[in-house]
Design a protein around this ligand. Structure first.
Ligand SMILES: C[S@@+](CC[C@H](N)C(=O)[O-])C[C@H]1O[C@@H](n2cnc3c(N)ncnc32)[C@H](O)[C@@H]1O
Length: 306
């Protein structure tokens, strides 16, 4: 299957990264390398791009897509290990980071990866297929309360309790091992006229399987700490749970001393690390939204190291 993916907000990312031709840039979510190619086109031969993806197939596809560039280093790794990756190549500071989080169109469209309710496939959902936890394991082995909590916390699903109860009933008879079996259970549990009532549970499972919110939260400050002064961090998110984490983390990193106002001297020692560049997130133009429906929910937030 061909690895297809259209990069979102690509012009906006390039503009906001403020690329220096001889600088070092890190694409934390390479995918097919669409954004990386645009970055590489702005770099001189002295500049460097470091690309990470936890999905082996993405690494393979980006190597092919970027084969004309010699100044790229590839790492198959979760971006939460960015400090160790940079340490392994003796790089202390870089000039910019990009995160374009979530899944690529290739991952969604490939039935075998089990991300989509539109294709029948194994209930997998792992971006890194060497990890042990799959969606199938969660659906068949977690308790009713745990399932309900996952659907409600990561999917904001109103019918989480009913869906969890029906899953537990169904699995007494047979294992729920495909995306369509799960989709059908959800559709029977939710009385709704919306097109795809199963989308929130699928989102919740994907987040849980890949620890998506935890790794995002853990990585933002690590990236900021490894930026040169004036270097930028650009983050594209696709749903409100992720965007809220980015917004709040940026606010926290921008804040100076947080001692109570009546303290004569600062005892907390907190200093501001960044300036927020985007008070409101950048969204896709009407034209881009028309051409690429995935871009409709995309939000880009940018901060700069001070
Ligand atoms: C939306 S795609 C990126 C597309 C890319 N910007 C492009 O233009 O082709 C997201 C990619 O990030 C990867 N990814 C998501 N979370 C990750 C994480 N925590 N660590 C490493 N890679 C991750 C996914 O495997 C996927 O390939």
């Amino acid at each position: 299957m061909e690895f297809s993916h259209v990069s979102v907000l690509a012009d906006e990312v390039i503009e906001n990264l403020n690329i220096k031709p001889d600088g070092i840039y890190v694409d934390l979510t390479l995918g097919k390398g669409g954004h990386s190619k645009r970055i590489l086109q702005k770099l001189s031969s002295k500049g460097k791009l470091i690309g990470l993806d936890q999905d082996a197939e993405a690494i393979k596809a980006s190597k092919e897509n970027l084969k004309d560039f010699s100044n790229v280093l590839y790492f198959q790794s979760n971006f939460e290990n960015i400090d160790e990756v940079l340490q392994s190549i003796a790089i202390e500071k870089v000039d910019g980071f990009l995160m374009d989080i979530g899944v690529s169109s290739y991952q969604i469209d490939n039935a075998e990866r089990g991300f989509s309710y539109m294709h029948d496939g194994p209930l997998d959902m792992r971006m890194d297929t060497s990890n042990e936890l799959t969606a199938e394991k969660i659906i068949n082995e977690y308790s009713q309360d745990e399932l309900s909590e996952i659907f409600s916390k990561y999917g904001e699903e109103r019918f989480s309790k009913t869906i969890a109860r029906n899953i537990v009933e169904y699995r007494k008879k047979q294992r729920i091992d495909t995306t369509f079996k799960l989709r059908d259970i959800i559709n029977h549990s939710v009385k709704s006229k919306e097109a795809h009532p199963e989308k929130r549970v699928f989102q919740a499972l994907r987040i849980k399987v890949n620890r998506e919110l935890d790794v995002l939260e853990n990585t933002i400050e690590k990236a900021v700490d490894q930026l040169n002064v004036d270097g930028r961090l650009c983050i594209i998110t696709f749903h409100s749970l992720e965007d809220r984490i980015v917004k709040n983390k940026f606010k926290d990193l921008e804040k100076d001393c947080i001692c109570p106002p009546d303290f004569p001297v600062c005892v907390c020692g907190k200093v501001s690390k960044i300036k927020i560049i985007t008070n409101k997130p950048i969204v896709a133009s009407k034209k881009e939204q028309k051409e690429n429906s995935r871009s409709k929910s995309a939000k880009l937030r940018v901060c700069q190291r001070i």
